[in-house]
Design a protein around this ligand. Structure first.
Ligand SMILES: [Zn+2]
Length: 426
């Protein structure tokens, strides 16, 4: 589990994450370069950085967080002093692009898939929105976002942008790049036929490796545009079709041997396919999103945990990705949410006391989500109600104790702290 967390700290944290926040991330002790073969080196720093050497120059694939990038630069720079001809960015998340300036030389080409531009603009555009959400997920103090960068305010480092494929040769080595959208729309896969090696970015990370692997985040709680499951599946199929003997990912360890790579990637893509298809079947049969969140479970044969991504969140991510927010209930068309009448319900119940008691009973009956909703009702009537805050705190702590998902734990910790602060401020 601790390994899962250390990898996960670097994954998906990137949206809205500032340089200082990244420097606050823990680093592994005394990292050593992993030599994949005579030409490929990996700096395993949570966010992996790769160096591919050729007789006429080098290629860097991903550049790490701002915290680990200087370490990666030093470690990999010691392996080869050749000129850096290309930097390839598997996608535009900050844990992959923060070290660009450390590698860039006069004449270095920087390559990304074309959707990179919108991805980094989106991150910059919504920096103020993402800052507190990232802080909550990763248990950091909230950070001030800078002044609004505007809609197109991000720095665009790539000098080469491609749509479907891009290919170049360097020192007699052929590099093929493929658009493989998945965790992000700009994801690319680097394929080096000579070494039968695929660099898959974060489309597969092997959390929980060697086994059991975790289900991915088809939706990330910090907020993401839809991650299209069918694109992701097609992208995994593309990598499988290359028949790699070595699979190198953005986080996690190298996987070697085509049989093993095929086994793991196939299980991963089939799990995504299963959840996607169950959501679609449910939507077509008129089921609402919450029913599907409750009903859809991965069959045990997949042998996957939910330590990184949760199936229920992905169900909602897929459903909402396809359909957006309207649920056919006429009440939902209007500006006032159901919670606007919570205070009336508390008054009708004769005050908070019976509702707080009911919350406690539900918690004791193993229904913590019911209890949480009931505290929402009371706190809408009286935000400082001591008994409701106490019931809420106990409920959040219960949920935290029973959670095996590190992102869920992050947001529960955030809720626990907020509740304790309210109790203390009375
Ligand atoms: Zn990443």
């Amino acid at each position: 589990m601790s390994r899962i967390i250390s990898f996960a700290l670097f994954l998906c944290i990137s949206v809205g994450m500032t340089a200082q926040a990244q420097q606050d991330q823990p680093q592994q002790d005394q990292p050593k370069v992993v030599k994949i073969n005579d030409s490929i080196y990996m700096a395993p720093l949570g966010a992996n950085v790769y160096l591919v050497t050729t007789p006429t120059g080098n290629v860097v694939i991903d550049t790490g967080t701002s915290g680990v990038a200087p370490v990666a630069r030093k470690l990999l720079g010691d392996e080869s002093h050749g000129p850096v001809k290309y930097i390839i960015l598997t996608h535009g998340h900050a844990d992959h692009i923060a070290g660009i300036s450390l590698w860039k030389e006069a004449g270095t080409q920087i390559i990304a898939q074309r959707n990179y531009v919108e991805l980094v603009n989106y991150v910059a555009r919504l920096e103020g929105f993402f800052a507190p959400r990232n802080a909550a997920a990763f248990n950091r103090p909230p950070q001030e976002a800078g002044p609004w960068a505007g809609n197109y305010g991000a720095k665009i480092d790539p000098t080469i942008l491609f749509d479907e494929t891009y290919e170049f040769r360097l020192g007699g080595v052929q590099f093929q790049l493929f658009s493989t959208p998945g965790e992000t729309p700009d994801h690319l896969t680097v394929w080096i036929p000579k070494y039968k090696t695929a660099f898959i970015g974060d489309n597969y990370n092997g959390f929980g490796e060697p086994e059991p692997m975790s289900f991915p985040n088809i939706y990330a709680l910090r907020g993401t545009k839809p991650r299209w499951a069918l694109d992701w599946i097609r992208s995994i199929d593309k990598v499988l079709s290359l028949k790699p003997e070595v699979l190198l990912s953005g986080h996690g360890e190298p996987i070697t041997g085509n049989a093993e790579i095929t086994r793991r990637l196939t299980r991963f893509r089939n799990a995504v396919q299963y959840v996607h298809d169950e959501v679609v079947k449910g939507m077509n049969s008129g089921k609402d999103v919450f029913t599907l969140m409750q009903e859809i479970k991965l069959p045990a044969s997949f042998d996957m945990t939910e330590s990184f991504g949760k199936v229920s969140w992905s169900v909602r991510g897929i459903y909402d990705g396809y359909a957006g927010w309207f649920d056919m209930n006429p009440s939902s068309m209007y500006e006032l949410p159901a919670s606007s009448v919570y205070p009336d319900l508390v008054r009708l119940a004769g005050g908070p006391e019976p509702l707080v008691r009911l919350a406690q009973e539900r918690l004791e009956a193993g229904k913590p989500v019911d209890a949480l909703h009931l505290t929402d009702v009371v706190l809408a009537y009286d935000p400082k109600n001591n008994a409701a805050l106490g019931a809420r705190l106990r409920t959040l702590e219960y949920l935290r104790e029973h959670s095996e998902n590190y992102l869920e734990v992050g947001y529960l910790d955030y809720g626990i702290k907020a509740t304790k602060d309210k109790l203390a401020s009375k």
